[in-house]
Design a protein around this ligand. Structure first.
Ligand SMILES: NC(=O)c1ccc[n+]([C@@H]2O[C@H](COP(=O)([O-])OP(=O)(O)OC[C@H]3O[C@@H](n4cnc5c(N)ncnc54)[C@H](O)[C@@H]3O)[C@@H](O)[C@H]2O)c1
Length: 256
């Protein structure tokens, strides 16, 4: 798909990887809507990269519907959806005899997994109404998993489950939406330099990034993550696959 002139919706677009995607797609000529629970930051980032910021809580179906309506009214029906909204709290299964919080587990699944599904579900319906481009394409969806879907350290049960769910939905969603000319891909990032990454204590975050064989540093949200999203949008033959973007990094058994 040619990025020039298409409308792209990026959830979690106020910050981190989402902002990096917004920058990359906007630079390539897309009309960009940054949907985020942090409306103020979404609007500030949108001014910076040349798009619009829209309030949206991806764990709330009505909020997604409203945000998609606003974005569509201002920029047109989206042909690209990138689901970057996510949270990453960690907790061990047993801490000095106390069990894992079930509320925390449900919340992580609700934002990272169900939120991704709901955004795909609603955006795909809109994309299906578009006329196909010259390659027969109507839309491209890129979801964000994590290498924690495959090899999470301890303490990451809820997060890993949510991201493994995102990995698992990639192929069946691509199979279902293929007949409408909509491709579905996912990226499993390693460690990237974002506010979420920095919620870990600095020495742990730096050590995780340094453990990558090469390059031994955190990834770059715009130049590396945003660039891969742009490539996925442009490469018509990429579909139904999860790409690890991690400098060959594998997570250790524990963070601390
Ligand atoms: N940074 C990394 O190293 C890394 C690695 C693997 C996966 N990821 C994943 O990449 C995605 C982006 O993470 P990031 O590092 O850019 O984090 P970030 O905290 O910088 O950005 C996440 C954004 O999502 C928004 N958000 C949170 N809950 C939301 C909700 N309910 N509705 C709408 N927006 C919401 C936040 O306000 C924030 O702007 C997440 O899904 C994360 O799990 C990040």
């Amino acid at each position: 798909m040619n990025i020039e002139g298409v409308t792209a919706i990026i959830t979690g677009g106020a910050s981190g990887l989402g902002a990096g995607v917004g920058r990359a797609l906007s630079k390539a000529g897309a009309k960009v809507a940054l949907l985020d629970i942090n409306q103020t930051l979404a609007e500030e980032t949108a001014v910076d990269i040349g798009g619009i910021g829209v309030a949206c809580d991806v764990s709330d179906e009505d909020s997604i519907r409203r945000a998609l309506e606003i974005a569509t009214a201002e920029l047109g029906v989206p042909r690209v959806l990138v689901n970057c909204a996510g949270i990453g709290p960690h907790q061990r299964m047993l801490t000095k005899g106390d069990s894992h919080s079930s509320d925390m587990y449900r919340n992580v699944i609700s934002v990272n997994l169900t939120g991704t599904f709901l955004c795909c579900n609603m955006a795909a319906q809109k994309m299906a109404e578009l006329s196909p481009d010259e390659q027969g394409e109507r839309g491209v969806i890129v979801n964000v998993a994590s290498i924690s879907a495959y090899d999470s350290p301890g303490g990451g049960v809820a997060y890993a489950a949510s991201k493994a769910g995102v990995v698992g939905m990639t192929l069946p969603m691509a199979r279902d939406l293929g007949k409408y000319g909509i491709r579905v891909m996912a990226i499993a990032p390693g460690t990237f330099e974002t506010p979420l990454f920095r919620t870990s204590p600095r020495d742990i975050a730096d050590r995780l990034a340094a453990e990558a064989p090469f390059p031994s540093r955190p990834g770059r949200p715009t130049e590396e993550f945003g660039a891969l999203v742009s490539h996925i949008v442009e490469n018509n033959f990429l579909n139904g696959e999860v790409i690890r973007l991690d400098a060959a990094n594998r997570m250790p058994a524990r963070f601390g």
